[in-house]
Design a protein around this ligand. Structure first.
Ligand SMILES: *Cc1c(COP(=O)(O)O)cnc(C)c1O
Length: 408
């Protein structure tokens, strides 16, 4: 495939979607709100990242690992029976579930560990909620023989025991975060604390398009391969690079940005992000863009679920990967500017989505992906036959079988 997304400095064609600006802002969102001691580290990271993007050797190494280790390009599968089910536009699935480790997250983990090595860092830290980003990070650390510490909420370790075993098997140390709700936001606080203490030799691999500048731009760059591949694959299959509609689930927002970003400058491509509305928008949910308000979490200004005092509220979703009270700042801006539509799907609708994709296409999706399927159920009916929809199949459902079996 082509080169990494090198915006903002090298992408004349995508204005105004070549944000963030040099301070990390997407409109009013983003930025860098971190302890003083991390400011030089983030500056060093920004410089190293910009250099790497323009270094053909880095590009070649990244793309060869994506090909030979991750298994890219991933298939673009025409969903024949799902298309017939809705009776409208032709539906394609971008098969990130076929990536090594079973989801898109490895694209970013590969990119960041190459950057860590280029910067001479010897120790990798990460935080994880459901454990999927922890597994991706532990995987690339094993591949490169690097020390790996993953912070995980004690409660999440209990709920996601299998992923803890995976990380241990891969040689990572999983450290429980025992403060607060003992979930992802507490694990993130612990990871930031570790980074402050060990900033000289430690690289912090963040798992979505969240966190302080330059992470949202950097993680995006390592995932735009998804959308770039879709363009090339649609061109050869349908004779045109652009679909009419793109659909992806949104937790932090990385698989969605990876799919959407290469298409944002073409206004004819309708982009739809699907958040988790859990028990429903009146109950416990994780619909940050739909119901949240602007605030600062994990080093960036974006939409959050917070109470009147600015205390972060607990998110809820049946899908652990969408169960997060924040969202990437670029999505906050894309919502505000109206370029991307954000809708939501409940736990129950997501379970219907799991069944639908499993029974029409023989593909058991991750519960996160099932929210995109539920979004498709809202959008696909009534669309013209000659239109094209691409849905990002962000991950496979094996990891969720226990939850799925209980819910059914
Ligand atoms: C983590 C995860 C997500 C949510 O993360 P984003 O950053 O929003 O992409 C979605 N799907 C799968 C399969 C995941 O593992």
């Amino acid at each position: 495939m082509g080169t990494l997304d090198t915006s903002p400095s090298n992408a004349p064609s995508v204005a105004p979607y070549d944000l963030p600006d040099s301070r990390g802002y997407f409109g009013e969102f983003g930025g860098s709100f971190v302890p003083e001691i991390l400011v030089p580290a983030l500056g060093e990271l920004t410089n190293a990242f910009d250099e790497a993007l323009h270094d053909p050797a880095f590009q070649a190494r990244y793309h060869s690992l994506l090909r030979d280790y991750v298994g890219r390009p991933t298939a673009l599968t025409f969903a024949e029976r799902l298309t017939a089910h809705f009776g409208g536009a032709r539906i394609y699935l971008k098969r990130e579930d076929l990536c090594h480790t079973g989801a898109h997250k490895i694209n970013n983990a590969i990119g960041q560990i190459l950057l860590a090595r280029r910067m001479g860092k010897t120790r990798i830290i990460a935080e994880t909620g459901a454990g999927q980003h922890g597994v991706a990070t532990a995987t690339v650390c094993a591949r490169f023989g690097m020390e790996c510490i993953v912070y995980m909420g004690a409660e999440d370790m209990e709920r996601q025991r299998l992923n803890v075993h995976r990380m241990n098997l891969l040689g990572a140390e999983v450290r429980p975060a025992t403060s607060g709700s003992q979930t992802l936001k507490d694990a993130t606080n612990e990871a930031i604390r570790d980074w402050v203490t060990n900033v000289r030799d430690t690289f912090y691999i963040i798992g979505s398009v969240v966190g302080p500048h330059p992470y949202p731009r950097m993680v995006r760059a390592f995932h735009t391969v998804i959308g770039e591949e879709v363009k090339a694959q649609l061109e050869s299959r349908e004779g045109r690079p652009n679909p009419d509609i793109l659909i992806a689930c949104v937790g932090g927002g990385s698989n969605a940005i990876g799919l959407f970003h290469p298409f944002l400058d073409d206004k004819n491509v309708r982009c739809v992000g699907v958040e988790a509305s859990g028990e429903g928008l009146e109950g416990r949910h994780a619909a940050t863009l739909t119901l949240g308000t602007p605030g600062i979490l994990h080093g960036a200004l974006s939409y959050l679920l917070q109470d009147d005092q600015g205390q972060i509220e607990l998110a809820h979703s049946i899908s652990a990967g969408l169960d997060y009270p924040g969202v990437g700042p670029e999505h906050a801006w894309l919502k505000q500017s109206g370029r991307v539509e954000y809708i939501s799907a409940t736990d129950t609708e997501a379970m219907e989505g799991v069944k639908l994709l499993s029974r029409t296409e023989g593909i058991i999706p991750a519960l996160e992906t099932a929210h995109a399927i539920a979004g498709l159920s809202q959008i696909a009916p009534g669309t013209p036959h000659d239109e094209l929809i691409v849905l990002n199949c962000s991950g496979r459902g094996d990891k969720d079988m226990q939850t799925i079996a209980e819910a059914l």
